[in-house]
Design a protein around this ligand. Structure first.
Ligand code: F1P
Length: 361
């Protein structure tokens, strides 16, 4: 093969990362095509968000948003736990709605979670990027965001676009029209962000462990960030709520540790104190959030002040996606070809019946 025609390593992933604001603009129209409102009448007592990998972290951010914006009790449960510990998801006497998140719509554990819900008479709302997949056929209603799908294995724009779609749902279900208007402005806010400053940090191989700190809906983004860095650049990473970092993990903070604080508005001063303490142990600090660089971060990805914790949730994602991309390239790794990873995990489970029942035969 002519070397000149070989694609640049990571070309697909980089293109997909930068395409996010434009893809986000199409989310309201994608939502309008799905009659999801009927699953909220009567109003469920609890929403159980579920998914695997990046989609589980998306579930965490979506659950926090629904609690705050729609005022409905919401939890995020890994799809495998819905199958093996359904009592953690569905309490007797509680009217639940299962919300299954799957870019591919083919992850076995997530399809099995649908079977568990069905067997209990629990309605299912799905969200996926593949209209031809199994998930839309298995759900009562499925929101589809097809142009957010990636060619790459790693999820970037599908994560943020499906999260934005669910945040719009929360606004609709909560009757908060102003929230939905604020969400529609998010793509324009993203265009105002200068994400490129993260490239130098990604290219600096003098750190080799990353800690992502995020609270409430940003915790799901922090978890996604740790996953992206791991998948793209084979780097050890962890995610914590910011103030949790003092309760043990800070013992590892040193000169080879990168702290990425996804700062919230609600707890900003206290979160900044944690970052400064970590810096005191030699850790490097990156700040992603609005306002001033009050943590003496060596890199500040400044987000617009009007972002807010439940409107600007997705705005931190391109920064952490680019961190993973640039670190992969600096390490000579192609983020378009992540090691030992498939587009989705297919298991030899029956998914037409709850796993436990299927195991009993
Ligand atoms: C879920 C997932 C991805 C992960 C990898 C394997 O896929 O765990 O989050 O990055 O691609 O599959 P899906 O259920 O959202 O399609």
């Amino acid at each position: 093969m002519n070397v000149a025609t070989l694609p640049e390593p990571g070309a697909k992933t980089l293109r997909e990362i930068h395409s996010q604001p434009n893809v986000w603009r199409s989310v309201p129209a994608a939502l309008a095509a799905a009659d999801y409102r009927r699953l909220f009448a009567p109003r469920p007592d609890v929403l159980v968000f579920t998914g695997c990998g990046s989609s589980l972290y998306l579930a965490q951010a979506a659950a926090a948003t629904f609690r705050r914006v729609a005022g409905i009790a919401s939890v995020a449960v890994p799809s495998s736990e819905v199958s093996f510990f359904p009592e953690l998801a569905f309490a007797p006497g509680q009217r639940a709605l299962l919300v299954v998140i799957s870019r591919s719509g083919e992850t076995t554990e997530s399809l099995a979670a649908v079977a568990v819900a069905r067997a209990r008479g629990v309605p299912v709302l799905g969200i996926s990027c593949d209209p031809a997949s199994s998930l839309p056929r298995a759900c009562d209603v499925c929101i589809l965001v097809p142009n957010a799908a990636e060619e790459s294995v790693v999820m970037t724009r599908s994560f943020t676009s499906m999260l934005l779609a669910l945040q719009h749902c929360a606004g609709e279900v909560g009757g908060d029209a102003a929230y939905r208007v604020a969400l529609e402005a998010v793509p324009d806010l993203a265009v105002r962000c200068d994400y490129d400053g993260i490239a130098a940090i990604g290219g600096d191989l003098s750190w080799d462990r990353a800690i992502f700190l995020g609270a409430a809906p940003l915790y799901g983004v922090a978890e996604e960030a740790h996953m992206k860095l791991t998948e793209m650049s084979l780097t050890t990473a962890n995610a914590y709520r910011p103030l949790e970092y003092r309760h043990g993990p800070m013992s590892l903070a040193d000169g080879r540790t990168l702290i990425v604080l996804l700062a919230s508005a609600a707890a900003r001063a206290d979160e900044a104190a944690v970052a400064r303490e970590a810096r005191g142990f030699g850790a490097r600090v990156v700040l992603v959030g609005p306002g001033e660089n009050d943590v003496d971060a060596e890199c500040h990805i400044r987000l617009p002040a009007e972002a807010g914790d439940y409107v600007g949730t997705v705005l931190a994602a391109p920064a952490v996606h680019l961190l993973g991309y640039h670190r992969a390239i600096a390490k000579g790794i192609d983020p378009d070809e992540p090691r030992q990873l498939n587009r989705f995990v297919a298991l030899d489970w029956r998914t037409d019946a709850p796993r436990a029942a299927a195991q009993r035969g």
